[in-house]
Design a protein around this ligand. Structure first.
Ligand code: G
Ligand code: G
Ligand code: MN
Ligand code: NA
Length: 260
């Protein structure tokens, strides 16, 4: 497949890069963390999202090679920001099903954390419900328990889509619930979306789990989410995913004075 060949080449050339989208507290406006989002910087100048090369992420070999690169690069970036006094709770990475199949995801993450001297709690792994329901559900369960034991954070991504099962919140160690952006997009028009967001938030809070809304694009959405008690927000209203240098020059981060 020509896409797979092109992506293999992109890995070798360093053209697969991580952009970072900030997450903010809706209560205080303070930066909470970053989600690392993979981008392919193509030779023709076009920057492609995984939507264009998702087939590579699902490929058994290539998916693992990309996953390993994402882990190492995100942890390296977290270490770099920490060293330069940029204050954040976590850097989050997205993890796909093939990465659970090998059985060493926790070891890979731990190795990167050790190599760069990053505390486990500064790393978050985002998994979708589809991952929890995959053919390797047993491996996923085992791995997520290992991550939780280490203190690595876990987010349940795209919540409310797919085959949402509330038992996931009981059976898996979840540190953050991400309300899918489809509910946010229809928040101001559809009463049903408002009910769902309020319901998810109340349920999660009752279980002691904080909630973030994805895809926040308007101040009306932000204000409504805040009113519903949603803890955090992420979306174009605040910032798109950007390269680290753009993030640092954007004034979007909180800096501590770097120790002399
Ligand atoms: O950033 P964007 O909207 O293009 O992301 C599209 C999809 O690709 C999302 O579902 C997102 O979770 C996923 N994605 C982004 N970066 C990564 C990554 O590094 N690894 C994996 N497995 N998925 C990613
Ligand atoms: O599946 P996951 O939630 O990891 O994917 C995140 C995706 O959402 C990324 O592709 C990112 O580019 C996209 N995204 C981030 N903020 C917004 C937003 O405000 N609106 C829309 N439509 N997409 C967004
Ligand atoms: Mn995600
Ligand atoms: Na999502």
């Amino acid at each position: 497949h020509s896409i797979l060949r092109a992506i293999r080449q992109a890995i070798d050339r360093g053209d697969l890069r991580l952009h970072y989208q900030p997450k903010y507290s809706l209560r205080t406006g303070v930066l909470a963390g970053f989600e690392a989002l993979l981008r392919w910087h193509r030779p023709d100048g076009f920057i492609a999202s995984p939507g264009f090369f998702g087939i590579a992420l699902d490929d058994p070999q290539l998916g693992l090679a990309i996953g390993d690169m994402v882990i190492r690069e995100a942890v390296r970036q977290a270490a770099d920001w920490r060293a330069r006094g940029i204050v954040f709770d976590h850097v989050a990475i997205n993890v796909a099903t093939p990465q659970f199949r090998r059985g060493d995801l926790c070891d890979c993450l731990t190795a990167a954390l050790d190599e760069f001297g990053v505390p486990p709690a500064a790393l978050m792994v985002e998994v979708t419900e589809n991952v929890l329901l995959s053919k390797v559900a047993d491996e996923v369960q085992t791995t997520l328990s290992q991550l939780a034991d280490k203190g690595i954070k876990i987010a349940l991504d795209d919540f409310g889509t797919g085959y949402a099962s509330l038992s996931h919140l009981k059976d898996f160690p979840v540190d953050l619930l991400k309300i899918d952006r489809s509910f946010v997009a229809t928040l101001t028009e559809e009463r049903e979306s408002r009910s769902i967001v309020r319901g998810i938030t109340a349920l999660a809070h009752d279980l002691g789990i904080p909630v973030i809304a994805e895809g926040v694009e308007t101040t009306a959405q932000r204000d409504m989410l805040r009113h519903f008690g949603v803890d955090f927000g992420q979306g174009y209203l605040f910032s798109r995913a950007m390269l680290p240098a753009q993030i640092e020059s954007s004034g979007l981060v909180n800096m501590l004075p770097v120790q002399a």
